[in-house]
Design a protein around this ligand. Structure first.
Ligand code: SAM
Length: 284
């Protein structure tokens, strides 16, 4: 069947493959200082946020991303009090974080204030955590922002775009070193590290660089499935200054009591660290 281009939003990946969703209405379109921001109403995926033509958030599957960037890391760091999220202007990661009563301060450092205001307007459910009084939103480049801190945060989550445009700075060795320095003893940082199957070079080099900075056993990738992203198989890499066995139940708190989970569970955490052979080879 041919697509009527007028009714379909398509993300073309490297001009070789594409994923499309039919929309009933374009709800928003603007060009911020940093990127093109669009919001579509669709039947298949609910509302969709795209930045520079790439799927960022869909109401259908964003719970996978937001739960899987947040809870494995929180499970590792008992009694975490301070968290920094870099990127993540849609507020979905913050909405997962505010479920933790132990957290006293939650800072969101998003470069583009227009992403935050657009998501507050069009994605009120996903972004609702932004209204929590513990949350502070800083509009700044995360790479520059994190440099000023030493042993400040228990958890840092890098909820970034791809390594292009403003996101490029979040894939550099200097940034990884700053993140490590900003972590408290016992803390952990998790980076979104792209699709091992469609972005194998970026995935492999990012994990290898994280291992250069944190040490081989201190940076472990894990996987989940996000249908709206290229390749659907998606990765995060958790890094710690002083902990190793990220998937072991003995080193992780059980978070199965967290309200409203749709993907994460302690069994899912264990399984997510089991890597297929080709993924292991990419980071060897
Ligand atoms: N779930 C998403 C994904 O992987 O496709 C990420 C979503 S989140 C909306 C990514 C955010 O990172 C964007 O809003 C973008 O503006 C922000 N961002 C990109 N580069 C940044 C930087 N250097 N500092 C802070 N935020 C940045």
């Amino acid at each position: 069947m041919r697509l009527n281009k007028k009714e379909w939003f398509t993300e073309a990946f490297e001009n070789q493959t594409a994923f499309s969703v039919r929309y009933s209405k374009k709800l928003h379109a603007s060009q911020s200082q940093f990127q093109q921001i669009e919001v579509f109403q669709t039947t298949a995926m609910g509302r969709v946020l795209s930045l520079d033509g790439c799927f960022m958030v869909t109401e259908k599957d964003s719970f996978v991303y937001h739960e899987m960037i947040t809870h494995p890391t929180m499970a590792m760091v008992s009694g975490a009090e301070s968290v920094l999220v870099i990127g993540g202007g849609d507020g979905g990661t913050i909405t997962e974080l505010v479920k933790y009563p132990s957290l006293k301060s939650i800072t969101l450092c998003e470069i583009d204030a227009e992403v935050v205001s657009t998501c507050r307007e069009f994605f009120p459910e996903i972004s609702r955590g932004l209204t929590d009084p513990r949350v502070r939103v800083v509009c700044s480049d995360g790479a520059a922002y994190v440099k000023q801190f030493t042993a400040e945060f228990d958890v840092i989550l890098i909820d970034s775009t791809d390594p292009v445009g403003p996101g490029k700075a979040l894939y550099e060795l200097e940034f990884y070193q700053s993140v490590k320095r900003a972590l408290k003893e016992g803390g952990a940082a998790t980076f979104q590290t792209e699709s091992p199957i469609m972005m194998s070079e970026v995935f492999g080099s990012t994990v290898r660089n994280l291992r250069l900075v944190f040490g081989d056993e201190m940076a472990q990738p894990y996987l989940c499935v996000i249908p709206s992203y290229p390749g659907a198989m998606w990765s995060f890499t958790i890094c710690s200054v002083d902990k190793k066995d990220f998937s072991s139940p003995s080193c992780c708190l059980s978070l199965d009591y967290i309200e409203g989970l749709q993907y994460y569970g302690s069994d899912v955490q264990k399984a997510a660290f089991v890597l297929p052979q080709f993924v292991r080879r990419l980071i060897a």
